[in-house]
Every structure is written in C-alpha cells, then in structure tokens.
Design a protein around this ligand. Structure first.
Ligand SMILES: [Zn+2]
Length: 281
C-alpha cells in the first residue's frame, strides 16, 4: 500500500477509514486480528463504548492499494481519557512496529504521530502564552491574541554514505539500543547548507574530509519529527578517529563483509543497498 499525505481542512471524519490513535506517544493497535493491526471506524464505537474519549481528530491522507483504485482515508487522534480495553487493544511504540507494519501503514502512523505530538506540544502561544486555535485554511495554529502562527515542526537531518575506493564508512552509535552499524547522520544547524552540514558532521564524528557530495534522496523519519536528506560522498583525506561521545566504533567495510545493518525500509538501509549494488569505477 502507498500512503499519500494530504492536508484538507475541509475533510470530514465520517467516511469509513483507518484510525491512527496515540496515547502517551504510543500507537493503539488491535490485538484480536493479527492481519489488520490498525483500528477501523467500527473499532471507534468499541472504544467509545468502553468509555474512551478522543481529541485532536483529523484527516491525514489516504492509503492506496497497488491498483490505485481503492482509496482508504486515514485519520489521526489522541486518547483524551479512558483506558482502551486490554482484551482487544494494546499500545505499541512506533519503533517496535517498524518491521511489523506494511510500509504504507507505517508512513501513515508516522505522520499521525508527528502531527499528534505537534498538537500536544503547541497548545499555547510561544510568544504570549495564550491558548492556540487551529487555523481554518491550512495545517497550522494561530494565536487569537497576538496573531503568532505555528506550523508543524519538521527537523532536517543529513545522512551520508561515505565511500573510499571500494569500501563504505559504517559506524556504531553509542545511543543505539540495538547493536548495528549504519551510515553517519546529524541535524542541520541554523544558517547551514546541507552540504556544509555533511562536511561538518563527518569531520566531527570521524575526523575525515569528504568531496563529491551528491544528493541521493529523502525520507520522513517520525522519531519524532525528522526529515532525513540522504547524500553520497567520497573520502579525501584523514584516517578515522571516532568521537567517543557519539560513536562506539567506526570502520571501512567492503560489500562482502558488511556488519549487521539497518532494515531497507530506512534511508540508511537504502544508502547501504546503493553501495552494495554499485560497482567500483
Ligand atoms: Zn500569542
């Protein structure tokens, strides 16, 4: 399934569809039916009957089957009060569902989580402290007192596959809960170009200089609100000297001897896959 995000302030919430409901940052999934984990409109009634009330209800886009004929509206909401009955529902972290959900469902769940978190952390004006209201013509909040407007936050980060001859630079992050090696990544700073950010991050994390920085592709990464912008680059000079505050190990790997790497669903996985398929010049 493909998920197409859409913002349509006019969209009603009546058409039957899938509901991506969050409580305390975790996604509500059904436990009774292993095939369809995401609650449908019919499940909303079950939740209401169990005394669960929802807030921040909104249309977030549509899922399309491979034939593009079947459109399924997707909605987001947050639990305002009540406990979802534990015999039918469970709360899961989105990360835990990364490899269990269909790709389209995962991106829809990511957009829902991103928007719900923004709703819940921007209830008051950052300039004057007054309660914010939803803007009627676009996905934004406006302060009725001072007019300050707040848009959903997207945090850009670069992610880079650095190659040296026929090898790729992979590193183990000190914070990673699962021990795997990946390409390097880092957040963009104010007034920095993406290329500057690539050069700075690589220098800071492993002490090497790169050239031939080329755009690869991008991917939303809803943990919690990033946009990953992928690049490839080539080693120019310097030997690996890891920054021990960020990394526990880093090295050059050839395609026959890769360590444990991230899943292909992530842009990190796609960058490593690009390296594996690329033939040496
Ligand atoms: Zn204000």
């Amino acid at each position: 399934m493909d998920f197409i995000p859409r913002t349509d302030p006019e969209a009603g919430l009546e058409t039957a569809g899938l509901w991506f409901i969050y409580k305390n940052g975790r996604l509500l999934v059904k436990t009774a039916d292993a095939e369809c984990l995401i609650p449908g409109s019919v499940d909303l009634q079950r939740l209401e009957n169990a005394g669960v009330t929802l807030t921040c209800r909104q249309f977030i886009g549509s899922l399309y089957a491979a034939d593009k004929l079947n459109e399924q509206p997707c909605y987001a909401a947050a639990v305002a009060s009540g406990e979802p009955p534990s015999d039918r529902f469970a709360l899961k972290s989105l990360r835990a569902l990364l490899s269990r959900l269909d790709e389209g469902l995962f991106w829809a769940a990511g957009r829902a989580g991103h928007l719900i978190r923004w709703e819940q952390t921007h209830m008051f004006c950052g300039a004057c402290g007054y309660g914010m209201e939803n803007k009627t013509d676009e996905k934004a909040k406006v302060c009725p007192m001072c007019g300050f407007i707040n848009y959903p936050r997207v945090t850009p980060a670069v992610i880079v596959a650095v190659t040296r001859d026929d090898r790729i630079l992979l590193a183990r992050n000190r914070q990673a809960r699962i021990a795997f090696y990946s390409v390097l990544a880092g957040f963009v700073e104010p007034s920095e170009t993406l290329e500057d950010c690539v050069r700075r991050e690589i220098k800071e994390e492993v002490g090497i200089t790169v050239k031939n920085i080329r755009y690869f592709g991008s991917q939303p990464w809803p943990f919690p609100d990033s946009l990953m912008i992928g690049f490839t680059a080539e080693h120019v000079k310097g030997e690996i000297q890891i920054n021990p505050e960020e990394l526990s190990d880093a090295g050059w790997f050839d395609r026959e001897n890769l360590p444990r790497i991230p899943p292909r669903l992530s842009i990190a996985g796609r960058l490593i896959d690009w390296f594996v398929k690329k033939r040496a010049d």
